[in-house]
Design a protein around this ligand. Structure first.
Ligand SMILES: N[C@@H](CCC(=O)N[C@@H](CS)C(=O)NCC(=O)O)C(=O)O
Length: 199
């Protein structure tokens, strides 16, 4: 059975869990106690030397990094639906995976780390500015679209969703971004959707 190593407050772990649930796949959730430093223990570092969740094990394959895991699950179990492979479509989805690891992480993910986990090394003014930038971009992008790309959800939506939807944890108000709020509600209506703490 698929094993997912994660933590319930980790949006990166959650996005993987969400895709597994949307695809209605059975999996075993294994909590890695980040608060107790379990992610830096030798047994876990053997799975992911970066010492980060999530990690997925399937069929003896060990895969770390949320975006990489989404790609794996989408292609292994979702056919063309969640990650189409023609050159243009693939580049459109990967653009959002990259944005997740860039602007979304520098913005709402870092603001949440600052306020919720007291990560005071984070420059909160910069994280707030970055949040406003990417939320404005997303709001414009979603003006005439239901989903980030195409006429259906893909792993682009699943990758971007958690830290945008959790923006309030980083004291970012989503009210000025109505198209983003409508998109969040659409994700929540998907068959198989599961919430995480704070959503
Ligand atoms: N690029 C990685 C980042 C994963 C990440 O930052 N995980 C956090 C939890 S959300 C973590 O394990 N932090 C502990 C650490 O970095 O020491 C991904 O997308 O999966």
């Amino acid at each position: 059975m698929i094993k997912l190593y994660g933590h319930e407050l980790s949006g990166n772990s959650y996005k993987v869990k969400l895709l597994l649930c949307l695809l209605k796949l059975d999996f075993e959730w294994i909590k890695v106690d980040l608060m107790q430093g379990a992610h830096k223990a030798p047994e876990f570092l053997q799975l992911n030397p970066f010492g980060q969740v999530p990690v997925l094990i399937d069929d003896n394959q060990i895969i770390s990094d949320a975006q990489a895991i989404l790609v794996y699950i989408a292609r292994q179990y979702g056919g063309e639906e969640w990650l189409p492979l023609d050159a243009v479509s693939l580049s459109q989805v990967v653009r959002w995976l990259s944005t997740t690891a860039g602007e979304v992480r520098q913005g709402p993910e870092n603001a949440r780390l600052y306020y919720l986990f007291n990560a005071t090394t984070i420059n909160i003014e910069r994280a707030t500015q970055k949040s406003e930038f990417i939320l404005t971009q997303l709001n414009n992008h979603l003006k005439e679209r239901q989903w980030l790309e195409f006429e259906r959800p893909t792993i682009a939506d699943i990758a971007v969703f958690p830290y945008v939807a959790l923006a309030a944890d980083g004291k970012i108000d989503l009210a000025p971004y109505p198209n983003v709020l409508a998109w969040i509600e659409r994700v929540k209506q998907l068959s198989g959707y599961v919430p995480m703490l704070g959503l």
